[in-house]
Design a protein around this ligand. Structure first.
Ligand SMILES: [Zn+2]
Length: 304
């Protein structure tokens, strides 16, 4: 390559970059380029947080000090510690354990300034009305409350109806109910309905149900957790991984179009803290704009 063609190549590369959103390390999220960038390919959206993780206070592997040390080593902007608050779990069954959990997060996070650490919990839906496993008083002691569908969620993951249509209706009705829980912040790994009989894949949800839910989540400010290990929730089903990704991207597009905000997470239980590769790939393919990503620094600074 001659000097002139090399210069020409660099010039072309720079021009191609000029109109695009720029990754701003100080901001922790991509800042959008000018509107004229609409015709050029969007750059990868980078989100540097992990807002759904577990420690030894539920079924995670790490102590809180080690967990925060890892978040610092991985240079995350923010991590939410969201141990299970469900019937039978340590922090749900014992007030002393709950208090110790909150105090330990507060103590350990204040001993460093590298990463924003949020006090959180992951509750579970108990039935299709949207009743959840954490009460308002305990939620008030926390900064980031998630709720999932799990093995205690009657009518969805617990005793799913044999009729798939009824099943997906129950799932959406449950999520609609969760939107009315004022102290809930985010729905954990939504549509994790692949390991049940019947299995419900993202494409099995009628768009009219999804649009109703998306509008309510946007209106009530409930975040959509794009959890990295979604394939886990489909590993007993027949869906191919890339097909799941394609279907999930379409789901995320629909929720993004309604103005829903998103977070990314590893749902770390063992060694995956900060691993949000798939989640970011989904948000990027769904063209979710940076303004629709949760900003953990705002959460940390708000009064609750
Ligand atoms: Zn979890």
């Amino acid at each position: 390559m001659t000097a002139s063609t090399r210069r020409g190549f660099l010039h072309t590369a720079l021009s191609a970059t000029a109109g695009l959103a720029a990754w701003d390390p100080a901001q922790g999220a991509a800042t959008q380029g000018p509107a004229s960038a609409g015709t050029t390919p969007q750059p990868a959206l980078r989100v540097n947080h992990d807002l759904h993780t577990h420690t030894i206070y539920s079924d995670g592997a790490s102590s809180i000090p080690l967990h925060i040390l890892e978040a610092r080593a991985f240079e995350l902007d923010a991590v939410a510690i969201t141990d299970h608050y469900t019937p039978g779990s340590k922090i749900s069954e014992s007030q002393a354990e709950f208090d110790r959990y909150v105090a330990e997060i507060e103590r350990e996070r204040s001993a460093q300034q590298d990463v924003t650490v949020l006090k959180g919990a992951e509750a579970t839906a108990l039935d299709a009305t949207g009743r959840i496993s954490i009460d308002e008083g305990h939620a008030a002691k926390l900064e980031w409350v998630l709720c999932d569908l799990g093995g205690l969620s009657e009518g969805t993951l617990r005793n799913p109806p044999a009729d798939k249509q009824k099943y997906v209706e129950n799932v959406v009705r449950t999520y609609l109910g969760l939107c009315d829980v004022t102290y809930l912040d985010a729905i954990a790994h939504p549509f994790n309905t692949g390991n049940t009989r019947p299995a419900a894949f993202p494409a099995d949800y009628p768009p009219r149900f999804l649009r109703e839910l998306a509008a309510k989540m946007a209106a009530k400010g409930k975040a959509f957790d794009v959890m990295n290990d979604m394939i886990y929730w489909f590993h007993q089903s027949s869906i191919a991984p890339r097909e799941l990704t394609a279907q999930y991207v379409e789901l995320v597009k629909l929720f993004a179009a309604a103005g829903v905000v998103f977070q990314v997470s590893s749902d770390d239980h063992r060694t995956g803290l900060g691993n949000t590769r798939w989640a970011q790939l989904v948000l990027t393919r769904a063209l979710v704009p940076a303004q629709q990503i949760v900003d953990p620094r705002q959460i940390a600074s708000r009064q609750k």
